[in-house]
Design a protein around this ligand. Structure first.
Ligand code: PXL
Length: 264
């Protein structure tokens, strides 16, 4: 029997991000994946790849989680894009129906191409209802600024400060991702575990963001924790997989290439 991991996230039909990336990552790391859909994102190739967004009915989200958690005894869950305060309520309630060893939250506020304004109500609801339940949270540069209430993050020290502020909101571990947004030649992530700070750094691969990098990173942490790894080792594997997956990215006709999880 292999370890299992559950994911609650949105569909991004092109296969770059969302639950498609999550489940591919679980499979790649040898974990049996299962998942519930929160929303459906369809890029619009006729309108500058705008994101068409449809939330799934909250009862249907609850039904999916009921079904999946009845079929397998999941103790590890990843939470990806939720998208609306109503969805956040439904997911917070459903999570409360059982004990979880590990809840990994990728605090997706907006996806690439969306307006930052759309993030505000989601930010408030995530901060109040989901963050306090999370074991691990994996904000990117924008999400770290928003959740930490900082106007800018311009250095690794700022990123550590943001991670510490977010940790004060409840999660045990914060992995804040500098990605291509911080100046310099390295993509730097910081893990904050209480007072301990671990820095993960790899040379940047180009200066463009790649679709699915955040989803793959958090899903890989989830899979490794499901197998019993320590958080430090889980982040090491996640960083390796994302770095290799970006190096061997899948080209696309959209403005973003996507991560190839099958690389390792
Ligand atoms: O990369 C963030 C993300 C997560 N989940 C879904 C998405 C996106 C971005 O497009 O569509 C479903």
């Amino acid at each position: 029997m292999v370890h299992t991991a559950f994911v609650i996230a949105g569909s991004e039909a092109s296969g770059g991000a969302g639950i498609q990336a999550d489940l591919k990552t679980f499979q790649q790391l040898g974990v049996y994946g299962a998942g519930a859909l929160t929303c459906i994102v369809s890029f619009d190739p006729k309108n500058n790849w705008a994101h068409r967004f449809v939330p799934v009915d909250p009862q249907v989200i609850a039904d999916q989680i009921e079904a999946a958690t009845a079929v397998h005894n999941h103790t590890t869950v990843k939470i990806g894009m939720l998208g609306t305060p109503t969805t956040i309520d439904a997911v917070a309630q459903a999570l409360g129906r059982q004990q979880w060893d590990t809840i990994v939250l990728d605090p997706v506020l907006i996806c690439k191409g969306q307006e930052p304004g759309a993030a505000l109500d989601t930010d408030t609801a995530l901060r109040e209802k989901i963050l306090p339940l999370a074991t691990v949270v994996t904000p990117n540069h924008f999400e770290a600024m928003t959740l930490a209430g900082m106007d800018s993050i311009d250095s690794v020290d700022d990123l550590i400060e943001a991670a510490k502020r977010i940790q004060a909101l409840g999660p045990r571990y914060v992995v804040a991702k500098g990605g291509v947004e911080l100046p310099g030649d390295y993509a730097v992530d910081v893990l904050v575990d209480g007072e301990e700070v671990t820095i993960y750094s790899e040379p940047k691969i180009g200066s463009e963001r790649v679709s699915g990098a955040g989803c793959t990173f958090a899903a890989a942490i989830t899979a490794e924790l499901a197998k019993g790894s320590s958080i430090k080792d889980a982040v090491t594997v996640a960083k390796q997989l994302v770095t290799a997956g970006i190096t061997h990215r899948q080209p696309s006709n959209a403005p973003f290439d996507s991560v190839w999880q099958g690389v390792l």
